[in-house]
Write a protein that binds this ligand. Structure first.
Ligand code: 3HC
Length: 315
């Protein structure tokens, strides 16, 4: 049984949410709200950092200097998004080391999409176009999230995300307009990344354990299915414009609703990948664990330098 004070605090909290007053780090908030944000923002941060790996795989193999510079800039942006979001979790009292260790131990999730291999240069186009396109769909509403630091971080992230999506679509457009082999490579990348991109939005609303409460707390401004539908409606015409075919025989435009209906997502595949049984899960987490081990000497040197400087100051 909640005591009167807690019930009153919760009432006042929800009133602020309902009036679109941002919740700031020092404000009172229900622990469940805090924990939901730490869960979502830390997984978002992990996704940004792990998301660097599939693309990093092609930086040394980009077809020309311009493509290499653009991909390098994008991957660096993702690192910055991850650090931004880890900082946002710290405003909620999360410990960064523990958060990162949770990724390395397999306890924390990150977006399923990054557990698929990148086997051709066209995959760099498909990831920018589809994965960053889906991320924009999901991140723009987060700019209006009820938690201040997350909403403000998203404003900066979304500005960079639109460059990511455009550079990806430009790669696909060039390949689709190139030789038959290049067009086939672009179509193959679309075939492999289309359905996993739809899975990025999470389970159907009926299966989503967090959506209802996250919508009530205005962490989510739209449900998983609403954002997925928006993504399909925007992306199908883009594919048609460059002469690529969406790999879904059930895809159909409904002139009355103005939406595309689409085939059933393979939720068994989705949950297998989320559970760690995707094509690249082990490789991705091993790479992050190795990066931490290899960077240990840098942290030790920085801490030793900081300690020495603090000693000098206090002398
Ligand atoms: N991959 C892995 N796990 C997923 C998932 C996915 N695509 N979709 C859902 N899940 C997990 C959830 O984390 C939750 O598990 P948990 O309770 O252990 O955390 C469970 O499945 C139930 O899903 P829900 O829909 O109920 O969970 P959420 O309300 O958290 O919704 C979400 C999932 C839509 C991904 C939401 O967390 C969200 O909007 N997160 C912020 C955006 C984000 O993280 N995007 C990931 C990609 S980032 C990116 O692409 C970077 C870009 O630069 C390329």
């Amino acid at each position: 049984m909640k005591d009167f004070d807690t019930a009153e605090l919760e009432r006042k909290f929800q009133e602020k949410i309902d009036k679109d007053i941002k919740i700031e780090p020092k404000d009172w908030m229900p622990d469940d709200y805090r924990q939901t944000l730490i869960r979502q923002i830390s997984q978002h941060a992990h996704s940004e950092i792990v998301g660097m790996l599939p693309e990093g795989n092609w930086i040394t193999r980009a077809p020309n200097l311009r493509r290499k510079a653009v991909l390098l800039a994008k991957v660096q942006d993702e690192a910055g998004h991850g650090l931004y979001l880890y900082s946002a979790t710290e405003t909620l009292g999360a410990d960064r080391e523990q958060t990162i260790d949770d990724l390395h131990s397999g306890k924390a999730k990150y977006s399923s999409i990054f557990n698929y291999p990148t086997v051709s240069w066209a995959d760099m186009g498909a990831i920018g176009w589809l994965v960053d396109g889906a991320a924009i769909m999901n991140q723009v509403p987060l700019c209006r999230c009820s938690y201040g630091p997350y909403a403000r971080a998203m404003v900066r992230v979304c500005k960079e995300e639109s460059f990511h999506q455009r550079q990806g679509f430009e790669i696909m457009m060039q390949l689709a307009g190139g030789t038959p082999e290049q067009k086939a490579m672009a179509q193959d990348a679309l075939n492999r990344f289309w359905w996993p991109s739809l899975m990025m939005f999470g389970p159907n609303d009926a299966e989503s354990k967090h959506t209802a409460q996250s919508v009530k707390w205005k962490i989510k401004r739209h449900t998983n299915d609403e954002l997925r539908q928006q993504f399909v409606d925007v992306t199908v015409p883009q594919a048609e414009m460059i002469g690529l075919t969406i790999p879904d025989k059930d895809l159909k435009f409904n002139a009355e609703t103005g939406h595309y209906s689409y085939g059933e997502i393979d939720w068994t595949e989705f949950w297998e990948v989320v559970k760690g049984n995707g094509p690249c899960n082990k490789e991705r987490v091993d790479a992050r664990r190795k990066a931490k081990e290899n960077g240990e000497w840098v942290r030790e040197a920085a801490n030793a330098f900081a300690a020495k400087r603090a000693l000098k100051k206090s002398a």
